[in-house]
Ligand binder design. Structure first.
Ligand SMILES: [Zn+2]
Length: 186
């Protein structure tokens, strides 16, 4: 899939669709052969920082990750077998200044192997992004999103959802005459 850097992302529904955010959702690092891209040297620590964010996103936003793994079309075009890109089903939502960036985890490969240079505003946002997937991270997404709830579920949301489901189920059991927490019938 290809987007020019800083293009509005419109893909799928939910958090990948710019229409569901109050601020622009800007694509970064969606490289595909034969589209050209900017090359250059990235600041030290950027790839390590991206590694850290991808590992956290892999854990914290399972329901928003893509299903399949992605191959690098630049490697394919050069007849280099790089296999499937590691964790390429994971995508990063990075809060910026008045925008949210959406980047594929393959961006690490593009920087490392293909000398890709992402926009500096994105690099700054990545270096500032802490505790990806934490309540503080979701708060910063909400702040950037003009104070509105972002279209991506937080860990707290998911816990609240399951707690509500559990309580509804227990109420259901009580109505049906079962003792909650016990297998015996009243
Ligand atoms: Zn490649």
């Amino acid at each position: 899939m290809h987007f020019d850097d800083l293009m509005c992302c419109r893909y799928h529904n939910g958090p990948y669709d710019a229409n569901n955010w109050r601020v622009p959702l800007l694509a970064v690092g969606w490289l595909e052969h034969p589209h050209d891209y900017v090359r250059g040297e990235t600041p030290p620590g950027l790839v390590d920082k991206l590694d850290e964010l991808v590992a956290a996103a892999h854990e914290s936003q399972r329901s928003y990750n893509f299903r399949g793994l992605h191959r690098c079309s630049h490697c394919d075009a050069a007849n280099v077998d790089s296999g499937s890109l590691e964790r390429s089903h994971v995508n990063l939502f990075v809060p910026g200044q008045g925008v949210v960036y959406i980047a594929p985890s393959g961006i690490r490969h593009y920087i490392h192997v293909h000398s890709y240079l992402p926009p500096s505003t994105f690099v700054e946002a990545v270096m500032r992004c802490t505790d990806y997937g934490s309540p503080a991270y979701f708060d910063s997404l909400r702040t950037v999103n003009n104070g509105d709830r972002p279209p991506i579920e937080s860990a707290e949301d998911r816990r609240a959802y399951w707690q509500a489901r559990k309580e509804a189920m227990q109420a259901e059991w009580l109505r049906a005459g079962f003792k909650v927490g016990s297998r015996s019938r009243q």
